[in-house]
Design a binder for this molecule. Structure first.
Ligand code: NAI
Ligand code: NA
Length: 397
């Protein structure tokens, strides 16, 4: 079928299989250009492996460390008249390239929050790999059904206390306007968001994997967090999602305890703000990212997911000396948070309007990255041409 982008707000309803493959290939090429990660991981489980930071983590460990990878995700293949999701096509392309390179790669498509998918994953590890030495936890989801109680939780993106008013942009039109987001009405909003995006499921995974004996001695695990600038604190770090991130970060000592007799360790990596399916859903944040991109590109320190994950594994987790902040976290948002970067972004933030946004921000880069997520706007792909949407993931056939 001929596949063109169809958007509804911050969602793109279509994905292009060849474009997604191009996106994956560019990330593979980047990792190969950086050489091998010294003493890197050998058998890696990635939970949330199909898009964003999880996909980049999978590519970085496979092509940067020749690691065998098992990827868990929740994606859809094509159905009559409808292309599959970007994460489906990304994973198909990743497996194909991994297999061509002689690397083990298998995928599990289903609800990672469920006991059933955890069980399936453990069976696959036992059958094929025996044990794993790195577990990457990179889920981003708006809802979670609790595996023990069956209760379905939905997360919310709200401030706590006061209403929050600030600038936001419609990245399709470039219109900058003020948005007011009402605060939570009750503690439930916080509790529900923690239930979805907090640390309980990460802990459940590690408990089950350990119990099954599939974690290698010296196993490492990492989950991803975000802090960002003060101007987004009300909606991010001090809002409901921030409470979930606090909970995720507070899970580190609990997991370290579980991993103690394996000499294992868990980390939080605080990553840079980037265009992903998840971050485009947060008000205010896309405008911040557009200004941040402008400043970081001018300074020659811009990174995408793949550059971030390459640095995370090469320069942090598998380096001789893992640099941590005063709260014990890895910071690959270090360049985003540099004083000179933040000062310039803050000034642009005060000045940005619908009239000057194309000049003082990198909204164009934001838009391109957004469409790239779904396989669109790659120069070397002809989007008027028929393409086969019925792509299979080799290990899921
Ligand atoms: P994403 O939306 O690109 O990736 C989410 C992944 O989770 C996908 O592979 C998806 O298939 C999978 N997933 C969602 N629900 C699932 C379920 N029920 N079962 C199995 N798989 C499921 O998101 P992104 O942005 O890569 O986020 C990953 C982590 O990184 C999150 O913890 C996020 O908060 C964090 N982070 C994101 C930043 C950003 O700017 N995008 C910045 C710093 C941290
Ligand atoms: Na991810």
């Amino acid at each position: 079928m001929i596949i063109q982008p169809r958007t509804r707000g911050f969602i793109c309803l279509t994905s292009h299989p060849e474009g997604c493959a191009e996106n994956v290939q560019q990330q593979i090429d980047y990792i190969k250009s950086k050489g091998i990660i010294k003493n890197g991981p050998k058998n890696v489980l990635i939970i949330g492996a199909s898009t964003g930071f999880g996909l980049a983590s999978r590519i970085a460990t496979a092509f940067g460390s020749n690691a065998a990878t098992i990827g868990v995700f929740f994606e859809k293949p094509a159905t009559e008249g409808r292309p599959g999701t970007a994460g489906w096509y990304n994973s198909a392309a990743f497996e194909k390239e991994a297999h061509l390179a002689g690397l083990y790669a298998k995928s599990i498509n289903g609800d990672a929050f469920s006991d059933e998918i955890k069980k399936q994953t453990i069976e696959l590890i036992k059958k094929d790999l025996g044990q794993i030495d790195l577990v990457i936890y990179s889920l981003a989801s708006p809802r979670r059904t609790h595996p023990k109680t069956g209760v379905a939780y939905s997360s919310v993106l709200k401030p706590i206390g006061e209403p929050f008013t600030n600038k936001t942009v419609d990245f399709h039109t470039g219109v900058v306007s003020d948005i007011t987001i009402d605060p939570i009405k009750s503690q439930d909003d916080i509790d529900n968001t923690i239930a979805v995006m907090g640390g309980e499921d990460w802990k459940f995974w590690i408990e089950d994997l350990k119990q099954a004996g599939v974690l290698a001695n010296g196993v490492k695990t990492v989950a991803y967090s975000y802090i960002g600038p003060e101007l987004t604190y009300p909606i991010y770090r001090n809002g409901t999602i921030g409470m979930a991130k606090n909970d995720l970060e507070n899970t580190v000592p609990i997991i370290n305890d579980i991993l103690k007799n394996l000499d294992g360790i868990s980390y939080i990596s605080v990553n840079k703000a980037l265009v992903t399916q998840s971050s485009s859903a947060i008000p205010v944040v896309p405008l911040y990212i557009s200004l941040l991109y402008k400043v970081m590109k001018q300074k020659g320190i811009h990174e995408g997911c793949i550059e971030q994950m390459q640095r995370l594994f090469q320069d942090r987790i598998y380096s001789d000396n893992v640099l941590l902040d005063n709260k014990g976290r890895i910071r690959v948002d270090d360049w985003e948070m540099r004083d000179d970067v933040q000062a310039e972004v803050a000034e642009l933030w005060n000045n940005v309007t619908s009239e000057n946004i194309m000049d003082i921000s990198d909204l164009e880069g934001y838009r391109k990255d957004f469409f790239n997520l779904f396989g669109f706007e790659f120069d070397n792909i002809d989007y008027d041409k028929d393409t086969n949407e019925l792509i299979e993931i080799e290990s899921i056939k």
